[in-house]
Design a protein around this ligand. Structure first.
Ligand code: SF4
Length: 457
């Protein structure tokens, strides 16, 4: 959002002053894709009531800030965003993960109109009604059946569950979002169908723990296309794969039943892509993180997956400098990484999160050691990534186009998720549009991206 007039007051917007102009809401969405989906639900609901979206602070009658509270740095970013919205607009409603810390928000910014937590869609909408009442126009129905999305039209996030049953010691998400709560499979499929009918070419399946989908409801069946469908990871992946869009699975854990979806990937029903947050490889550190620690078995499992589906790309995230991590633990992580040869990797330096159990652990790693380990980790992974991407040179691949300008097109391969992975550059190719899926031959690679030429005809 851009600058607008400064006002720290809370003007009441009267219906008469707005005459019949629809009220306008600005939204600032911070945090992860799950928070983005929450923002989409909020705006979908508000648009269905006749509100319009404002792309800037100046045009908004009220601004909703959807916050992230995962790390202290994310909390600070949220406070800064709230401060900016207050300074630029003056009428601000706060929601999202950081919203559970109402007191901290109100202390920093006493001028906010309301503070609600994650998934409290009703409360956010009520707060918007209080700030700027909706126009009651029975002819206003501005919402397409697939809802409204903040991602480009050709891809969309599909949230299949909320919450998490795990209790990783560095994470406060279960206390923010509660235990696992899976959506009925029929509901997920109907949403996915509407998205595909509306032109979405790529569905990004998200949750806190995608492979645990349905565990809480004992894999309960629900109706889809006149037949029962189980709320189960494999069954849902298979059904999604039948819709004709790319299906990408995020936040999967290497549980044994994940083996079952690998044939779906080999057969082309879902993308050969798994986003698995491994976090570490040393059994000692994993135990302190309260995460499963059999990384040798995981290596064997990765090997078997690749035998069954040689094209499989694995993305992961890791934390270095966790309390108690020794040089030996870290070296174990580097060794594991060179064995596992993961395609895409993100690495975070450990940061304590207020309220997380890991804060009580001994052996705090000094910042300079974290920094040094992070640099070594990234250098090691760059070599792995470069070597893997070089094997793609000369291959014909499918590329989904994300953006086109006068210099050419920018897209992604089946091995790259939007925002977090690499790109495929089609230099000089302007004869395509966002959402096209084209065939191209890879000409060049570096440690992150590919360059390719479209195969015409
Ligand atoms: S799996 Fe662990 S890190 Fe992920 S949301 Fe659950 S508790 Fe947090």
């Amino acid at each position: 959002m851009t600058n607008s007039s400064k006002s720290a007051s809370r003007p009441t917007v009267e219906r008469s002053s707005r005459s019949q102009n629809p009220p306008k809401v600005g939204i600032v969405s911070l945090g992860c894709p799950k928070a983005l989906v929450d923002s989409e639900r909020i705006i979908t609901r508000l648009r269905s009531e006749g509100y319009q979206l404002s792309p800037d602070y100046a045009g908004a009658d009220v601004v909703v800030v959807n916050t992230c509270g995962f790390l202290d740095s994310a909390k600070q970013e949220s406070l800064d965003a709230i401060g900016e919205a207050l300074a630029q607009n003056g009428r601000v409603i706060v929601t999202g993960c950081y919203g559970v810390e109402k007191d901290a928000i109100r202390t920093a910014h006493p001028g906010v109109l309301a503070v609600t937590g994650p998934h409290q869609y009703e409360e956010v909408v009520t707060a918007v009604h209080d700030a700027v009442p909706p126009l009651h126009d029975p002819f206003i129905d501005l919402v397409p059946p697939e809802g409204l999305h903040l991602t480009p039209r050709h891809y969309a996030y599909l949230k299949i569950s909320e919450g998490c049953n795990n209790r990783c010691s560095f994470c406060i998400i279960p206390s923010l979002r509660g235990d696992l709560s899976s959506r009925p499979a029929g509901d997920v499929m109907r949403e996915a169908e509407r998205l595909v009918q509306a032109g979405v070419k790529e569905l990004l399946v998200i949750s806190q723990d995608t492979s645990a989908y349905g565990l809480d409801v004992k894999y309960k069946e629900s109706e889809w296309r006149g037949a029962p469908l189980k709320a189960k990871f494999f069954d849902l992946a298979k059904a999604l794969g039948s819709l004709g869009a790319w299906v990408r699975l995020h936040y999967v854990y290497p549980y044994p039943h994940v083996d079952d979806v690998i044939p779906l990937m080999a057969q082309g029903h879902v993308l050969p892509y798994l986003d698995i947050p491994f976090q570490h490889a040393s059994p000692r550190v994993l135990k302190a993180m309260r995460r499963p620690g059999a990384q040798d078995k995981t290596l064997q499992r990765i090997r078997r997956w690749r035998e069954a589906c040689p094209d499989l790309a694995i993305r992961s995230t890791f934390i270095v400098g966790f309390p108690g991590e020794t040089e030996e633990d870290f070296q174990m992580l580097l060794d594991w990484l060179s064995e596992a040869k993961l395609n895409r990797v993100g690495c975070f330096k450990y940061e304590p999160v207020a309220g997380a159990a890991a804060n009580e652990l001994a052996g705090v790693v000094p910042e300079e050691v974290k920094e040094e380990r992070w640099n070594r980790f990234m250098a090691a992974q760059q070599d792995v990534s470069r070597n893997l991407l070089e094997t793609r040179v000369g291959r014909e691949i499918d590329v989904i186009i994300d953006d086109v300008d006068e210099e050419g097109a920018l897209g992604r391969s089946i091995w790259d998720a939007p925002e977090i992975d690499g790109s495929v550059f089609l230099n000089g190719d302007t004869d395509v549009k966002a959402g096209d899926i084209v065939r191209a031959r890879v000409a060049h690679a570096d440690e992150y991206d590919l360059w390719a030429e479209r195969i015409i005809g």
